[in-house]
Design a protein around this ligand. Structure first.
Ligand code: ADP
Ligand code: MG
Length: 458
């Protein structure tokens, strides 16, 4: 067999629950023997994707094939895959041996062969001699080992693992991560692993697939994803980052935080708005000197075991800095970032855009609501128009009734001197908001857009 042979091909898959989109045009090729991790925040569609591969759910649109055969409509038990779930899902009335042997007995396999296979898979998960224990006398970690043994005893081509370590404590989780990695090596089969824990993904995977809101954001090796995140979502989700609004002035020159920096990026054009991402470990901090690009005051210092994590306020922007040297709160410091450590990303959007309709000279409809706007006399009512609203023109209220429409804060990006929020509306369109107010993920809010914040384009 070829080294890089693909085993699973997911092509333009959509999954709807009623009119809610759980997966939105997902395409992914998984290679034989790979350890692939699907990583993303809760609710982004990870479990749904895994269930579609396992066959517990059926795609709404698109195709899934294994070894080149379309399996979209093949029932789960005929697929060469086995699943380990987050909750152990063992049979409480059976002992360890019978839990693992269960599937083989159903297949009417010879007794001596079953015994051989059960013993081999117990050995694989480090649970030799536990055959006759009741499963409810086992610790969480041991139960999850049995669950893994029960899945691999069937010798699947692909093992699907849905947050299998999420219920374990930190120490056990770290231990099991190492064991899973060595199991993957010795079994030589394909692992598809689901987690919302970025550290776990970076530790375990050959390939990471970052998802958000039903869509794949980036596919790459842990090093690629960490060093070259494709957008500010990925950068923020993988590890800690400083993310600032910036302007690419020309090739190799970018301005942010009130200063111009040399960088290594080219091809963004002139005066282009961009997101600037800098990892905290890439910011140098030292007593103020001529070498400083910016100076600032230390706001907070945390000891993190190996390094200190400090927040430095400079020109009104907050930098997160990690360094082995300690600087106390209130100290005046210089900071410096090297050109290659400044990562430039194209902005997905620079303002909100909506489709709407003029209702009157100073009234326009969009997002399912009527808004007052500044008078426009050259567009007759009924005309479809494009609406633009700057991020910082949108006002959010604690009280949902105080707004023209209602929304839920879904995603928060800290940009050094303000927050960039994604707000879901009940019209099922997102609004993006810049604010200095502090909101939490999941807050429900009222939304107002003042007349002078609405730009109407014919
Ligand atoms: P994750 O595993 O990443 O947390 P899921 O795949 O479980 O996310 O869910 C993705 C989205 O689909 C969520 O918004 C969830 O509420 C919705 N969803 C999942 N399963 C169902 C279902 N059976 N019926 C309705 N909505 C569902
Ligand atoms: Mg899930």
């Amino acid at each position: 067999m070829q080294e890089n042979e693909s085993i699973i091909e997911i092509s333009n898959v959509y999954k709807y629950f009623d009119d809610k989109v759980a997966l939105d045009d997902v395409s992914l090729t998984i290679k034989k023997g790979e350890f692939v991790t699907i990583l993303g925040p809760s609710g982004c569609g990870k479990t749904t994707l895994l269930r579609l591969i396992a066959g517990f759910q059926i795609v709404s649109k698109g195709e899934i094939s294994i070894f080149g055969n379309d399996i979209t409509h093949i029932p789960p038990y005929k697929r060469p895959v086995n699943t380990v779930f987050q909750k152990y899902a063992l049979f409480p009335h059976l002992n360890v041996y019978d839990n693992i042997a269960f599937g083989l007995k159903l297949k009417k396999m010879q007794k001596s062969l079953i015994e051989k296979k059960v013993k081999a898979s117990l050995k694989m998960v480090g649970m030799t001699d536990y055959e006759y224990r009741d499963v409810d006398t086992l610790s969480g970690g041991q139960q999850q080992r049995v669950a893994i043994a029960r899945a691999i005893v069937n010798e699947p081509e692909v093992l699907l693992l849905d947050e299998p370590l999420a219920a374990l404590d930190l120490k056990m989780r770290k231990e099991m991560q190492l064991e899973l990695k060595s199991m993957h090596k010795s079994l030589g089969i394909t692992f598809i692993y689901v987690t919302h824990d970025q550290e776990e993904a970076l530790t375990l995977s050959d390939t990471i697939v970052v998802m958000s809101e039903g869509r794949i954001q980036q596919i790459g090796t842990p090093v690629d994803i960490y060093n070259e995140p494709i957008n500010s979502f990925v950068a923020n989700f993988i590890g800690e980052s400083n993310i600032f609004n910036g302007t690419m002035l020309e090739d190799r020159s970018v301005s942010f935080c009130g200063r111009t920096f040399e960088c290594v990026d080219e091809g963004f054009g002139k005066m282009t708005p961009v997101d600037v991402v800098i990892r905290p470990e890439d910011v140098y901090i030292f007593p103020v000197s001529d070498a400083a690009q910016l100076t600032g005051i230390v706001q907070s210092t945390l000891f993190k075991g190996v390094h200190y994590e400090m927040a430095v306020l400079s020109n009104g922007y907050e930098f997160l800095v990690q360094d082995y040297h300690f600087f106390e709160v209130g100290a005046e410091v210089g900071i410096l970032v090297k050109p290659a450590d400044i990562h430039i990303m194209k902005k997905e959007r620079t303002c909100n855009t909506f489709e709407g309709k003029m209702l009157d000279i100073d009234k326009v409809e969009f997002l399912g609501c009527q808004f007052e706007c500044l008078p426009v006399d050259d567009i007759s009512s009924g005309t479809p128009v494009k609406i633009e609203v700057d991020f910082n023109k949108i006002i959010l209220h604690d009280n949902a009734e105080d707004g023209t429409l209602v929304g839920e804060v879904k995603y928060i990006l800290y940009k050094g001197d303000h927050y960039h929020l994604t707000v879901w509306t009940d019209w099922d369109e997102d609004i993006f908001v810049d604010t200095t107010d502090v909101w939490d993920d999941g807050d429900s809010v009222g939304i107002t857009i003042p007349a002078d914040g609405i730009r109407i384009i014919k």
